[in-house]
Ligand binder design. Sequence first.
Ligand SMILES: [Zn+2]
Length: 225
Amino acid sequence: MAESICPQCGKGIRASASFCPHCGVSLPFQPPRRVTYTPEHVQQLLASHAQWLRKETGGIKASFQSADFHGIDLNGANLEKADLEFADLSGAQLRGARLIGATLSNANLAGADLSGADLRSASLFGARLNGARLHGADAGYASFGGADLSDADMQNANLQGARFDYARMIGANLGGAKVFLRAFENTFRTEKDFHPMQKVSTYLIIAAVVVMVILALFGDAIFGG
Ligand SMILES: [Zn+2]
């Protein structure tokens, strides 16, 4: 029974686990130290990243792992396929940013403005998105496993094919969002969802109903009546 979230892969784990049975990371996980950049350096790296995306010589893929980007203005930035794992993007301005296929796992995006951002196929495992604005964002096929989306504004967002396993979505606004229902298996949408026994009893009830249906349909054949 999952009690906690693996900070590396976002899957459910036991709180007392010394390693994650899904990805093997040792726990408790120590995130790497914060990396700081000057605004000029960020612009240089983004220009080089744009070259890399265009497959031009000299272009280098942006690696902003653990970057201290809190409150940064990256509106409209092209961060496609960029590595932003563990980056602190709390309160960052990312309106209309291009984050297709970006790695944002375990990033802190609390209170960030991602309105209209393109997050298709982005990896957001274990990311903090509480209070984030994802209004009208395209997050098709993005992975939000274990992410905290509490009080996030996801109105009119495209969430088709996105995964939310073990995500926290209490207070999240999904008005007008395009979703597949299967995307919301194992999410914590209400406080009572946190009670592990509640899930066990749900499975037992489903199993009992299945057995009763089988007996009602095939009881005579089984017991030779
Ligand atoms: Zn893991």
